[in-house]
Design a protein around this ligand. Sequence first.
Ligand SMILES: Nc1ncnc2c1ncn2[C@@H]1O[C@H](COP(=O)(O)OP(=O)(O)OP(=O)(O)O)[C@@H](O)[C@H]1O
Ligand SMILES: [Mg+2]
Length: 300
Amino acid sequence: MQIAAHTDAGHNKASREDTVLGNTLHDDDRVIEISRLSTRFGEHVVHAGLDLEVRRAEIFALVGGSGSGKSTLLREMILLQRPDSGSIRVLGVDLQTAGDDAALALRQRWGVMFQHGGLFGALTVSENVGLPLREHTELEDALIDDIAASKLALTGLAPEVGAQYPSELSGGMMKRASLARALALDPELLFLDEPTAGLDPDSAGGVDELVRRLRDLFGLTIVMITHDLDLLWQVADRVAVLAEGKVQGIGSMSELARMDHPAIRQFFDGPRGRAAQEQEARQADAHTDTKTERPPSKPK
Ligand SMILES: Nc1ncnc2c1ncn2[C@@H]1O[C@H](COP(=O)(O)OP(=O)(O)OP(=O)(O)O)[C@@H](O)[C@H]1O
Ligand SMILES: [Mg+2]
């Protein structure tokens, strides 16, 4: 089981700080390594020699315009799609050469929260959360129900929500239930596709805190795709901007905000970007922890 990854948060945090400070990066600290990745659909080139690295216990975000290849990259990282060339290593395993057993083992070490939740409508929330445990373990039903209840509590849902069906949930509750299911097998790595899309600012703010708490408590490595500038400013350690088939810039939001590349400027300019710039200016003034502030209002 991956409980060890959860109880080892102190070590993971230390590793993260080392890497943030630019000290030696050990192999174990590279949770995802992508090199010279190319993907095309017919004549349409989506990734053209893309390189990327995600480090242990960081909150890593992928941003980029519509059609820049973010979701395709996510699908490739979770074995739902194969690139045309290049290599992807996840948790030390080369996805290109991994056999069925290695792929199955890997799938149990990561959790995925899909953009639209992906919960089964015919199952209760508790049954949905317990599903990965029923599929991948031989645990007894009563224990699976207990674990499902604990995951629901971890994501901030009341116990009675377990007996409800997905159609009875609000958007924010659906995201949390989907996150609870992604956490069912105690993953080391969590993929989140637009975790705050479609949520009102209050619910979205709750997701910010939840994501940060999961990393801080359990040392989880989190990879998220998001357009939500609040979320990026609040929780992302590093952000990669995808454009023209490659990562055009990578760094903290403050670092990106100072970069001149057109694709990065496009991301920051306009109304959304102005909120981001205000945020950056306020952070510079305050000299405080960049993760504790929010822009005055949610960017439109
Ligand atoms: N199965 C497919 N067949 C053909 N083209 C595809 C397929 N999947 C994705 N594409 C194309 O690849 C490009 C990248 O798609 P992708 O879904 O990765 O973009 P994205 O960055 O996630 O965009 P968005 O922000 O709109 O979700 C798009 O032009 C899309 O039309
Ligand atoms: Mg997408």
